[in-house]
Write a protein that binds this ligand. Sequence first.
Ligand SMILES: [Zn+2]
Length: 352
Amino acid sequence: MKERQINLDLARKNGGSRQGGAGQKEPENTWTRAPSARAPRVPVQQRTAGMGPAAPRQNSRRPIRQNVRRKRRHPLRTLVKAICLGAVCLGLCIGAYRGMSGLLGTTDGSLPAMADAPSSVSETAETVWEPAGPPYVIAIDAGHGGIDRGAEGYVVEYEMTEGTTDELVALLEADPNYTPVRTRQNGEGMSVRGRAEAAAAAGAAILLSIHGNSDETGTAVGFECYPQTPGLPYHSYSLKLAHSIADRIAETGQTLRGEAGVRYTYYEGSEEEGYGKILVEESDTSVYDLPTFGVLEYAACPAVLVEQCFLTHAGDAADWASPSGWRLAAECYYKAICDFFGTEPIALDALQ
Ligand SMILES: [Zn+2]
């Protein structure tokens, strides 16, 4: 995935009361926003009306209730009407959701999902996660493949994502506590939604999407990963998994970007003006009405997207995007998965 940065002036203009003025220390290519800057995630039927923050709900209920009292409607008649109204609303919701879903069809795990952000999952409360296992089904998503080559640097992104996936699948297959599944085969193109659905169909307990980073200057280095954002159903579990991964990466001496290598990504904009990517540190726990990476939005389980290294940095690429780097990264991910589930890792040396 190619890293992009939103124009901060434009973002602040559009965002109203966001913070980030002179004197505030901000990590590289990151800005923060006031918790009240944006309305919370709202039900899909409200968003589809205008695709913006929901309109306030006040003034709608009281007049209706008063009207009911005056006319003294029969309770059964009111109940039947309520059921019919509910059915119509449900039909509209499903129709709207399916209509939006048809807009997706890209293979990158990043921006294209914007057109099909599954708003219906965004506003749900944290879902209780009770994975079946052991063995736990671990979905590994090579973030690029097929005609989607990903970012170009010293190494092409798909080579690194597929190579690392192969190594991680091999490690998990050797551990009876886990059953690895690929969201797609190497070289196979598949949409973001298709990959998330493949993970769900396999009964995945978690989903790990592997990507490589890039920047135009060639100077950026380090690791960062992105859990499901606050407000998504498996946010807290995803955050825990992300920390497990970042901790294991840090043990190698690799640079963790941002505060501790764990960040949130949001997309903002429109089809007409284009979308901008916003990086937010994990300390900002606000729930924003903005979509994150499509594969995280669609995941039906705790999910983390890793940016393994910068493919545009010679040292980073040599350490993490070479065959030995694939293996090193896979071992980190494997041990992090063991940490997350509380299982004892197998002896890795025996598998070399
Ligand atoms: Zn990528």
